[in-house]
Design a protein around this ligand. Structure first.
Ligand SMILES: Cc1ncc(COP(=O)(O)O)c(C=O)c1O
Length: 434
C-alpha cells in the first residue's frame, strides 16, 4: 500500500492536484461568519435583495414548470440549455444591443460556471489573464485554480485605462508570457462600481483585436442602472473576439443558478462539451421556471422595481459617506451594487476589519480584489442588501472606526492625533486607482 504523507489536519494533504494551491479560503472568511450576525451591518456581501421579487410570481412559474412541463422540467436536458430559454435570453440581451442567434447561447449554472468552463477551455498553467485592478474576487479564484496568473491593468473612474492596457500587454509580451484572456466587467464593475464609456469599449476591443487576445465580457449588472442605461455591451460591437457572460442572478434570483455564455461558433461547441462533462445539463427545472416567468410575468417591470430599490440604497450610502466621511474619496456608481472607498494614507482596510466587526459593521477589504496584494488602502462597500437606514448606520459606525484608527496611527507614529481629512472643495473626489 502507498504511504500517505499528510499533516495533522488532513491526511490527504500531499495527494491534492497542484492546481488546488490556488484554492485558498479567503483570510476574511471567518470574520464574515461573525459579520452575518443580525446586529452587524454588513456592507460586505453582494447578495441581491430578493425580497423585492414578489413570491407569487416565482411560485406560479414553479408550479407551471411542474404541472405543465413536468416531463421536460424534471428530466435531463441538453448540455447547451433548453431551446426555449435560449430564445428568451436573446430578448434579454437585445436590451443591451446584443444580436445573436439562440445557437450561439450556452446556458450555464450561473455565470460563475461559465467562468470556470472558459478557464478550463483556455488556461494552461503559467498562462496569463489580464483583468482590471481591482476585479471580481471569485473570477480571480477560478483563474488561479487553473494555475494561470492574473495581471492587473489600471482603472480610473471610467474603468479600464486603454493606455495602461497597452503597457500591460507590452510588458507581458516582453517577458514572453502567453496572454490568453482579457477579463472585463464594463458596466457597474465589481468591485469599483464604475462604467466604461462607449469610446473606451471600442478602444479596448481594438487593442484586444490588434494583439489577438480574446475578451471575456462579464455583465451581471448592466440592466441595473439607476438613471441612464450604460453603453451597449462590448459583444454588440464585436462578435468574433468576445465571449459574453450573462446571468439571471441579479435581475431575477441567484438561487436559481442560471447564467449563460454567448460565444463564437467553435468556442461555443467546446463550451457545450465542457458543460456536459461538468454537469451533463444545466438544471432543466430552473430553466423551465425561468422560461415560464419570462413568458408570463412583467419581467422588465420587475427589473425597474429592482432599480428603484438599489437606487434608493445607493443614495443612502452616498449621502451617509458625504455626511460622516467627507474628506475621503469614493466612486459614484450609476448602477449595480458597489461603492469603492479609499482610506486616508497610512490606514489598512484589511488590518482594520476585525475592529470594524467589533464596532458591528463589515466591509470587504480591497486586497480581496487583487491577485497581487494590492488594495490595502481601499474597501468595497455593498449597498444591495441592507435597508437604507441600516446602510446609514453602517457608514456612521465605519466613520467611528476610521477616526479611531487615525488616532491610533497618530500615537504610533508620534505625530500626535490625526483626524479625518477635510472635505475636498467639490465634495466627492474621483479615485485614482493605480
Ligand atoms: C462580476 C461577477 N461575475 C459573476 C458573478 C457570478 O454570478 P452568478 O450568480 O451568475 O454565478 C458575480 C456575482 O456576484 C459577479 O459579481
Amino acid at each position: 500500500m502507498t504511504e500517505v504523507r499528510g499533516n495533522n489536519l488532513d491526511p490527504w494533504y500531499s495527494h491534492y492536484a497542484q492546481r488546488t494551491a490556488g484554492l485558498s479560503a479567503s483570510e476574511v472568511r471567518a470574520l464574515f461568519a461573525v459579520a452575518s450576525r443580525p446586529e452587524v451591518v454588513s456592507l460586505a456581501g453582494g447578495m441581491p435583495y430578493v425580497s423585492a421579487l414578489p413570491e407569487e410570481l416565482v411560485a406560479g412559474a414553479a408550479e407551471r414548470a411542474v404541472r405543465k412541463h413536468g416531463p421536460v422540467a424534471l428530466q435531463y436536458g441538453s448540455g447547451q440549455g433548453t431551446p426555449r430559454l435560449r430564445e428568451q435570453i436573446l430578448e434579454v440581451m437585445a436590451l443591451e444591443g446584443i444580436r445573436a442567434s439562440a445557437d450561439d447561447v450556452v446556458v450555464t449554472t450561473g455565470s460563475q460556471h461559465a467562468l470556470e468552463l472558459m478557464s478550463k477551455l483556455f488556461l494552461d498553467p503559467g498562462d496569463v489573464v489580464i483583468a482590471e485592478g481591482p476585479s471580481y474576487v471569485t473570477a480571480l479564484t477560478v483563474f488561479r485554480s487553473f494555475q494561470a496568473e492574473v495581471a492587473h491593468t489600471a482603472m480610473d473612474e471610467h474603468g479600464m485605462v486603454p493606455q495602461a492596457l497597452r503597457d500591460t500587454i507590452a510588458r507581458l509580451r516582453e517577458e514572453g508570457r502567453s496572454i490568453k484572456l482579457l477579463y472585463t466587467i464594463p458596466s457597474f464593475q465589481n468591485p469599483m462600481g464604475v462604467t466604461m464609456p462607449w469610446e473606451r469599449r471600442m478602444e479596448v476591443l481594438e487593442i484586444a483585436r490588434e494583439n489577438g487576445i480574446l475578451v471575456l465580457e462579464d455583465n451581471p449588472y448592466g440592466l441595473l442602472y439607476f438613471d441612464q442605461a450604460p453603453p451597449q455591451a462590448m459583444r454588440s460591437i464585436e462578435e468574433a473576439g468576445v465571449v459574453y457572460l450573462g446571468t439571471f442572478s441579479k435581475t431575477l434570483a441567484p438561487g436559481l443558478r442560471v447564467g449563460w455564455a454567448v460565444a463564437p461558433h467553435a468556442i461555443r461547441e467546446k463550451l457545450v462539451l465542457a458543460n456536459e462533462a461538468a454537469v451533463l445539463s444545466p438544471s432543466s427545472f430552473a430553466q423551465t421556471l425561468i422560461s415560464e416567468y419570462l413568458s408570463t410575468a412583467d419581467w422588465r417591470g420587475q427589473i425597474d422595481t429592482f432599480r428603484g430599490v438599489y437606487r434608493e440604497r445607493r443614495d443612502a450610502m452616498l449621502g451617509a459617506l458625504a455626511e460622516h466621511l467627507p474628506g475621503l474619496s469614493w466612486t459614484v456608481p450609476a448602477g449595480g451594487f458597489y461603492v469603492w472607498l479609499r482610506l486616508p494614507a497610512g490606514l489598512d482596510a484589511k488590518a482594520m476589519l476585525p475592529r470594524a466587526v467589533k464596532e458591528l459593521v463589515a466591509y470587504t477589504p480591497g486586497t480581496a480584489f487583487y491577485a497581487d496584494g494590492g488594495g490595502r488602502d481601499a474597501m468595497r462597500l455593498s449597498f444591495c442588501y441592507p435597508e437604507p437606514d441600516f446602510i446609514r448606520e453602517g457608514i456612521r459606525r465605519l466613520a467611528n472606526v476610521v477616526s479611531g484608527e487615525l488616532t491610533l496611527l497618530g500615537e504610533f507614529t508620534k505625530t500626535g492625533p490625526l483626524t479625518l481629512p477635510a472635505p475636498a472643495p467639490d465634495g466627492v473626489l474621483p479615485p485614482s486607482i493605480g
